[in-house]
Design a protein around this ligand. Structure first.
Ligand code: CAA
Length: 261
């Protein structure tokens, strides 16, 4: 249905209402170069615009979700070049995707790989996953939001530990810290992610988008304003047929048949 375009560094497929983007640059452990950024943004934006898609899964290979931004591509650049190109700013477009994105992480999620996973809405890890912000070992710091999203996800203590030492954490520590929502055996990772995405894609889309917007707002605003926005979104959903259908189905003890999916 038009999503399986010829990309160089990613694979794109759809299964019913779920879009799947697979990072596929094995020779560089899926290092995120400028071309990969363009492709991920292009594919996710196209899936987002498709009313037939209700959730997206972003995954990598067994060995690496992504081993970071492409170090070789950046190494020789000057500060003015980085500044004028606004290096990494292109990823902001990925965070503007409204369709929920489930990251399925196996193996290394380091530097920009960890940061890309944290841009997703829900993070599922294989027991082989390793997360880290090793930029400090390169004489730099995270540049795709790691210092901010890690601090919000796991708190100051662990964020400082990871960002200052470059230490990797395994899937168990990542779950304990609240970075990932589930850990599954590596062999089950994609199926688990597809099940979660399929579950989300079966709901009424307006309520899914409102739910994502409401939770995201918790990280951008005061408690009072966040609670206010949530209540207004809640009220607005009473304008949908799916609210009537969902509540009628509950009282009639049957499954809802949502229109907006
Ligand atoms: N950029 C460019 N190339 C990379 C890469 C990266 N981030 N990570 C791995 N590669 C390349 C390697 O150079 C190697 O290529 P060659 O075969 O041509 O030498 C290939 O991928 C395979 O990697 P290794 O041989 O190193 O594999 P390994 O199993 O021995 O080690 C690893 C795996 C521990 C993940 C190691 O590759 C590694 O430390 N990678 C770099 C991790 C890192 O520092 N990430 C942060 C990048 S900076 C950043 O992300 C900035 C930001 O905030 C956005």
């Amino acid at each position: 249905n038009g999503h399986e375009n010829a990309y160089e560094n990613i694979l794109v497929e759809t299964r019913e209402r779920v879009g799947i983007i697979t990072l596929n640059r094995p020779r560089a452990l899926n290092a995120l170069d400028a071309a990969t950024l363009r492709e991920v943004v292009s594919a996710s934006t196209a899936l987002d615009a498709d009313p037939g898609i209700g959730a997206i899964v972003l995954t990598g290979s067994e060995k690496a979700f992504a081993a970071g931004a492409d170090i070789k591509e950046m190494a020789g650049r000057s500060a003015p070049e980085m500044y004028l190109a606004d290096w990494f700013a292109g990823w902001d477009a990925f965070t503007r995707v409204r369709t929920p994105v489930v990251a399925a992480v196996s193996g290394y999620a380091l530097g920009g790989g960890c940061e890309l996973a944290m841009m997703c809405d829900l993070l599922i890890a294989a027991d082989t996953a390793r997360f880290g912000q090793p930029e400090i070992n390169l004489g730099v710091i995270p540049g795709m939001g790691g210092s901010q999203r890690l601090a919000r996800a796991v708190g100051k203590a662990k964020a400082m530990d990871m960002v200052l030492t470059g230490r990797h954490i395994d899937a168990v520590e990542a779950e304990r810290a609240g970075l990932v929502s589930r850990v599954v055996p590596a062999a089950d990772l994609l199926q688990e992610a597809l099940d979660v995405a399929g579950t989300i894609a079966a709901k009424s889309l307006p309520s899914v988008l409102a739910a994502k917007e409401a939770v995201d707002t918790a990280f951008e605003t005061t408690l009072a304003q966040g609670v206010h926005l949530e209540r207004r979104l809640f009220h607005a959903l009473f304008a949908t047929e799916d609210q009537k259908e969902g509540m009628a189905a509950f009282t009639q003890k049957r499954e809802p048949r949502f229109t907006h999916r």
